[in-house]
Design a protein around this ligand. Sequence first.
Ligand code: UDP
Length: 315
Amino acid sequence: MGSKRKKRVLITGGAGFIGSHLCDRFLGHGDEVICLDNFITGNLSNIKPFAKNKNFRLIRHDISKPILIPGRLDAVLHFASPASPPDYLKHPIQTLKVGSLGTHNALGIAKAKKARFLMASTSEVYGDPLVSPQHEGYWGNVNPVGPRGVYDEAKRFSEAIALAYYREHAVDVKIIRIFNTYGERMRPEDGRVIPNFISQALAGKPLTIYGDGRQTRSYCYVDDLVNGIEKMLASNLHFPVNLGNPNEMSVLHLAKLIIELTGSKSKIVHEALPVDDPKRRCPDITLAKTKLHWKPAMELRKGLLRTIAYFKSVS
Ligand code: UDP
């Protein structure tokens, strides 16, 4: 570590999929991590590897309720929220509360500690986009009163309040809009497309394509995302930056790829498309490329093979 001062960071949602990878990264640098999670969708097994690390501390708490964190903090990384469509449909009020009250509390902590604040926003702020690829200047096409509105609007509110804290209180806020991300530590029952397809393929069950499968997504490997998050945290940017992989493909293509990579004999079945399911999603990452010098490096096949190996290890 040399003469570099050890950082002290608070990670809300630290036991979640992305949160636990962030814990891993900061602990790897020798920093001190306070992981805050209420385990609605977080998973104790994600943070088990850190239990014996003296730089790691877990606080079981719902960030929607105020909390005093003792000691100094250099950064608050706000990653608490259900993030899978089935999860936020199951917990609509918790999702709204963590995006509003939770973000307010996390910003209050950052303000009190004079810490940097980085929040996980989402490509969902673009709704079912009428512009593709989506750039940060696009205001989106969101249905506020549909079932997905609880997540989309909570994140849009989060962005608004974060920027209000920047303007009014000069809190050093950073906002990233995360596009579909995958990798180790996703829950097999998470409900998102990659965990579903891999679990189904490994079990020899049919892969459930919602709708005709022509809707598109692009998938970023979690280590690439964490690299982008570190760069954003170190930057002097405040306005939202997209982080995702621009390799756009149909859901049908993804299903076939996962069948091939798992060597599964599973068939494909079609089920009803969820309400307001975006037809296209692909990030324009020009801003991240030019301002953060970041772009994703992991090839999809390789990242999927790693994720498949992880799912085999936990099944
Ligand atoms: N999807 C699917 N089968 C599944 C799960 C999801 O066809 O078992 C589709 C879903 O309708 C959407 C895409 O895959 O079009 C990505 O869904 P996911 O839940 O991963 O996240 P989203 O990008 O919609 O937030």
